[in-house]
Design a protein around this ligand. Structure first.
Ligand code: FES
Length: 88
């Protein structure tokens, strides 16, 4: 079953496409802008709140412990593992 991503602030709900490496690229391809810098999970610039669901991240250096507790994710290195809702 296809995974859905809802970009709440942008008012878009889209079906995740496995050919993308991460949520940031997927968002950009769909006209949703997410501020970013390193695109490697290190700087934390792209950080945003995961409102629902689960993601996998290959790198989490850009997150502080308080970010993790607040359910923040780094879309430049994250892929969805369930349907998700993010604040973008
Ligand atoms: S752009 Fe640097 S952590 Fe995502």
């Amino acid at each position: 079953m296809a995974i859905k991503i809802e970009f709440r602030a942008s008012g878009k709900a889209l079906e995740w496409d496995d050919s993308f490496d991460n949520i940031l690229e997927f968002a950009e391809e769909n006209g949703i802008e997410i501020e970013n810098e390193c695109r490697m999970g290190v700087c934390g610039t792209c950080k945003m709140k995961l409102l629902k669901g689960e993601v996998e991240m290959e790198q989490e250096d850009g997150l502080e412990n308080s970010d993790r507790e607040g359910n923040m994710i780094l879309p430049c290195v994250a892929i969805p593992v369930t349907d998700i809702v993010i604040d973008a």
